[in-house]
Design a protein around this ligand. Structure first.
Ligand code: DX5
Ligand code: ZN
Length: 223
């Protein structure tokens, strides 16, 4: 994962053409992104099903980008190793899915991956206070997980302010859901430095132009 001090826009493949994933990733890679966000859903923790380790392992052969793997699954401890073996670089799991988050962070680190913790819009920041400093990234969900193209939830996004106070400047704070060129300056002002965008990039015919618009919005100050 890129070191602290930069703002990274991270395209989420959830809104890409799943029949042409390698090409979709190559387009945003050629536009200069460092990371790509892979949404893993199990139809249990969230009401949708996406991809698992076999697809990630195949994509790994086509891309050197940092694979930012967002596990929206029950029992993440059971599957973490399979995702590392498939080629995940960062594994983010939900605080709602495990009793011993610190142990899973240690395990992910021991497997040679960076680790992220995430929380749903309804989950209080207090729940991640202890584990957050052990992680490389905290992901603040700005929609209810499960689907792309949902409306940005400002109340949830404001939790970034409290998370940033807990983790300081050296741990990445990521936001995910409803990020576009309008909401980007808002989340950057709260202290987010890692911005996942699905529909706002892969939902547009010109992915490069859409990405450039969000990157430009990172530098925009709120008036
Ligand atoms: C939602 C996923 C997101 C999704 C965001 O559950 O975790 O990563 O791709 O999509 P947009 O940017 O379309 O809201
Ligand atoms: Zn995600």
């Amino acid at each position: 994962m890129p070191g602290p001090g930069t703002i990274e826009v991270v395209p989420s493949i959830l809104s890409a053409d799943f029949a042409r994933l390698a090409e979709e990733i190559a387009v945003v890679a050629s536009a200069g992104v460092q990371m790509i966000h892979l949404d893993v859903m199990d139809g249990h923790f969230v009401p949708n099903i996406t991809i698992g380790p076999p697809v990630i392992a195949k994509l790994r052969k086509h891309s050197d980008l940092v694979f930012d793997t967002h596990l929206m699954i029950s029992e993440p401890d059971r599957y973490a190793e399979a995702f590392v073996q498939a080629g995940a670089d960062n594994i983010t799991f939900h605080i709602e899915t495990t009793e011993e988050p610190g142990r899973l962070v240690d395990r992910i680190h021991a497997l040679g991956c960076t680790a992220g913790i995430t929380l749903n819009p309804e989950t209080p920041v207090e729940s991640i206070r202890k584990v957050a400093p052990l992680c490389d990234m905290v992901l603040v969900m700005t929609v209810r997980p499960g689907f792309g193209g949902q409306t940005f939830m400002d109340d949830a996004a404001r939790k970034v302010i409290a998370v940033r106070e807990i983790v300081g400047p050296n741990i990445r704070v990521e936001v995910d859901g409803g990020i576009d060129s309008e909401t980007t300056p808002i989340v950057v002002s709260y202290g987010a430095d890692t911005l996942v965008a699905g529909n706002a990039i892969f939902g547009k015919p010109d992915r490069r132009a859409a990405l450039a618009a969000i990157q430009a919005a990172c530098a925009q100050r709120l008036t």
